[in-house]
Design a protein around this ligand. Structure first.
Ligand SMILES: CC(C)(COP(=O)(O)OP(=O)(O)OC[C@H]1O[C@@H](n2cnc3c(N)ncnc32)[C@H](O)[C@@H]1OP(=O)(O)O)[C@@H](O)C(=O)NCCC(=O)NCCS
Length: 160
């Protein structure tokens, strides 16, 4: 891969476009390396057909930086997935994607955003806390884990 951006992404013009079926091969290439238990192609396809707010985020070169999926309900949005390409994590792209997600949620008159995160995913928990999400509960045995076990989910909420 050529010309990856440096450690600070703030000067880079990102494009946020609605995710399309045509993006899914690139999305899956990131998803499958970013998680021990990735979503499947079918999960993304179902989400597209469900009409969720799904953003594909690209560098000016066209490289897919990451994506997020937001489900809107009456006044509470649910952040179902947010992922930054592993080699571009820790450079501020995740924060910019969260900013965009918040704009979309506010434009739809949402009052809050909920998400689930694995307690073992320290990095993501820190990012969310730093952004202003607060833990509000636990969903027991929510995620698949190794050895046929399950892992709890921390439920976090951002009040808009
Ligand atoms: C979680 C994720 C989306 C965050 O994106 P990112 O680009 O790495 O995050 P950023 O670089 O924008 O960091 C966001 C903020 O968190 C802070 N932060 C990041 N890692 C941190 C850590 N370990 N401790 C404390 N703060 C941290 C950053 O300093 C930044 O705050 P600032 O803007 O005030 O300086 C990304 O790491 C990712 O895709 N992880 C793998 C997939 C995943 O776990 N997704 C979430 C599933 S619930």
């Amino acid at each position: 891969m050529s010309a990856l951006p440096g450690p600070d992404s703030r000067a880079i013009a990102l494009s946020f476009a609605p995710m399309q079926v045509e993006d899914l091969d690139e999305v899956m290439a990131i998803e499958s390396v970013a998680y021990p238990f990735p979503w499947t192609h079918g999960n993304f396809l179902d989400s597209l057909y469900s009409g969720y707010e799904m953003s594909a985020v690209r560098l000016p070169s066209g490289l897919l930086v990451g994506y997020y999926l937001l489900m809107l309900s009456v006044d509470e949005a649910h952040l179902l997935n947010i992922t930054v390409r592993p080699e571009l994590q820790g450079r501020g792209f995740g924060r910019r994607m969260l900013d965009h997600m918040v704009e979309v949620a506010r434009a739809h008159k949402m009052q809050s955003v909920l998400l689930e995160v694995r307690p073992s995913n320290d990095q993501a928990v820190m990012v969310y806390e730093r952004y202003g999400f607060a833990g509000i509960g636990v969903r027991r045995a929510y995620y698949p884990a190794g050895d046929n076990k399950r892992e709890d989910a921390i439920v976090m909420r951002l009040v808009l």
